[in-house]
Write a protein that binds this ligand. Structure first.
Ligand code: HEM
Length: 179
């Protein structure tokens, strides 16, 4: 996973558990002297171990921490890549463009990024069906990113997750209900 994602986790960790505890996690789970540089790729296992470490320190399940992380990551990524995120005037427009525009632009900026496959179908003006597939199974993080995007556009969003890769499915199905 790219350094930019680790930096997003670091920002959230410093806010929630504090710098000292974050440094302790780095000492335990990252190679000595590790500094995360946005465009560089680092092992996924390192991100998962650090996220699990944050979850343990907060005494929350990993899935919950990944969702909170995703939510703050949206703002972090959107700020870092204003040129991409400012293209969309509504939540709906952004969501249907994740694969075809946002992550496509990411592919131009980063050398061989590891991105999920996301497809969307607009059911009606209040419902979007999103299919998520990735060998990282970061669907809870995706839910958080979607909540972050909804917050950005001042929308109230509820997500149903009736089919999940963590339960053996080939891809996750997220049903996005808008107010
Ligand atoms: C609601 C909107 C978005 C969703 C649901 C989403 C979903 C995801 C997920 C779940 C991942 C983790 C990788 C995986 O699952 O395999 C990811 C990675 C990433 N996304 Fe997005 N994303 C969104 C918006 C954005 C935006 C706005 C940007 C920046 C302009 C962005 C840039 C990236 C980057 C740089 C990575 C890491 C790629 C790598 O490590 O190689 N995403 N995205």
């Amino acid at each position: 996973m790219r350094g930019v994602v680790f930096r997003g986790l670091e920002e959230l960790a410093i806010e929630t558990i504090g710098m000292q505890e974050w440094d302790e996690l780095l000492e335990t789970y990252a190679p000595q002297g590790r500094v995360y540089v946005s465009p560089t790729a680092y092992p996924d296992e390192e991100l998962f171990a650090l996220a699990q470490g944050v979850a343990s320190k907060l005494d929350k399940p990993l899935t919950e921490v990944l969702a909170i992380f995703g939510q703050s990551l949206f703002g972090f990524l959107a700020k870092k890549h204003v040129g991409i995120s400012s293209k969309f005037s509504s939540f709906e427009e952004l969501v249907v463009s994740i694969d075809s525009v946002i992550h496509m632009e990411v592919k131009k900026l980063y050398d061989e990024p590891n991105l999920p496959s996301i497809t969307t179908t607009i059911e009606n003006d209040k419902t979007i069906i999103l299919k998520y597939k990735s060998n990282r199974k970061l669907c809870f993080c995706a839910e958080g990113l979607l909540h972050g995007a909804a917050q950005h556009y001042n929308r109230v969003l509820r997500i149903e997750h009736p089919q999940c890769m963590h339960e053996g499915a080939d891809h996750c199905v997220l049903i996005l209900h808008l107010d």
